[in-house]
Design a protein around this ligand. Structure first.
Ligand code: UDP
Length: 368
């Protein structure tokens, strides 16, 4: 059986690497990887250390690229790869333009599509934008749906997706996180951790498209106020999106107590998560990883498609209001009982065996 795995961004690479590894362990399966290059540098940062060289590299990223042109270029590029590679099935993950383009190009050729991390729903097409609409569309195009949680299974069934095509697997991101156990950080992160002294670490990531503008500015003001407390270090690895990075650099770049970092390798970022007292993020993947590490996570969004962490008490939606972010973070810093109540290690998103389950289901279709 020939499979083509399509990926384009950092989280897709992180979450699909365990799947590629599990599939490659089966001699009856031939796997090729097509990278769109949607996040050029970030993708390389994940793939290279893992020794994963894409079989097809479309290198599509252009400065200031619109969603239209990205989607069009990715669909055409993946289509050409499909015509040459002629896989029996395409595998996409999550909700990016690359994933939608992969599903669409496969659909146009009547090649079946498997969707990893299927069934996440915020219920609001504006948040996250454009991902909520992209993942709903992928559901329509896919015939195999690997849902990370029971909630995701339920969401798919509520949309009348054929129950026989939906599989509860766990999230492969937790496989990737658990695979890092025991690895040590590189020199930049080791220096950050070595210089903390008595300060506690607030780890922040912020890059969502729908937050750009006043919501991002409000988050930035909250971070400035928290840094001014003097008893914390605010570490913020920057996503290369220039609209976000330049805004953050301009306001926080010279501020004491703020450590702006380049986008970090996954092992380095995981080391910072493990050392953090509180994590503030608008990222999807970080919302899944923080509970598995027993870290309180404040979500800089109004809605989430990952309610399991909120239900379990390790994640809290705080939105993008400055005063609320400062108050919620201060509560966790100043009230040990409030911190302890959120710092329970549990993993509602997976047990580290999702990729093996997915590979077994896919390989069941392979001729023996
Ligand atoms: N991450 C990373 N380096 C960083 C920041 C995040 O490797 O400097 C990882 C993080 O652990 C998670 C993923 O990247 O696995 C999240 O990516 P992102 O926030 O870009 O996307 P989202 O999860 O929102 O789709």
């Amino acid at each position: 059986m020939r499979l083509l795995v399509v990926l384009g961004t950092r989280p897709e690479a992180i979450k699909l690497m365990p799947v590629v590894t599990a599939l490659r362990a089966d001699p009856a399966v031939h796997v090729e990887v097509c990278a769109t290059g949607q996040h050029r540098g970030l993708l390389d940062q994940v793939l290279a250390p893992a020794g994963l060289v894409p079989d097809h590299d479309l290198d599509l990223m252009r400065p200031g690229q619109s969603l239209d042109s990205l989607l069009a270029a990715a669909t055409e590029g993946i289509g050409r790869v499909l015509d040459a590679a002629r896989p029996d099935r395409v595998i996409v993950q999550g909700d990016t333009a690359s994933a939608l383009a992969g599903a669409l190009a496969a659909f146009h050729r009547q090649v079946p599509v498997a969707h990893v991390e299927a069934g996440l729903r915020s219920g609001d097409p504006a948040q996250p934008f454009p991902e909520e609409a992209y993942r709903r569309t992928i559901t329509l195009l896919a015939d195999l749906h690997f849902a990370p949680t029971q909630g995701a299974v339920d969401a798919l069934l509520a949309e009348r997706v054929d129950a026989a095509s939906v599989h509860l697997t766990g999230n492969t991101g937790i496989d990737a996180l658990f695979a890092l156990r025991g690895s040590s950080p590189g020199s930049v992160v080791a220096a950050v951790l070595g210089n903390l002294g008595a300060r506690r670490l607030l780890l922040v990531t912020c890059h969502r498209r729908e937050n750009i503008g006043p919501p991002l500015d409000a988050v930035i003001e909250a971070l400035a106020a928290l840094a001014a407390r003097g008893d914390v270090a605010v570490a913020l690895p920057l996503h290369p999106n220039p609209a976000v990075a330049s805004r953050i650099r301009a306001r926080l770049g010279a501020l004491g107590g703020v450590i702006l970092l380049p986008a970090l390798s996954y092992p380095d970022f995981a080391a910072l998560m493990a050392a953090a007292s509180v994590i503030l993020t608008d990222s999807g993947g970080v919302q899944e990883e923080a509970p598995a590490l027993g870290k309180p996570v404040l979500v800089l969004r109004e809605t989430t498609e990952r309610p399991e962490g909120v239900a379990a008490g390790t994640a809290r939606l705080v939105g993008t209001d400055s005063a609320r972010i400062v108050a919620e973070t201060a509560r966790l810093l100043d009230d040990p009982a409030a911190h302890a109540a959120m710092a329970l290690a549990h993993s509602p998103y997976g047990d580290g065996r999702a990729a093996r389950r997915i590979a077994a289901i896919l390989a069941a279709g392979a001729p023996r």
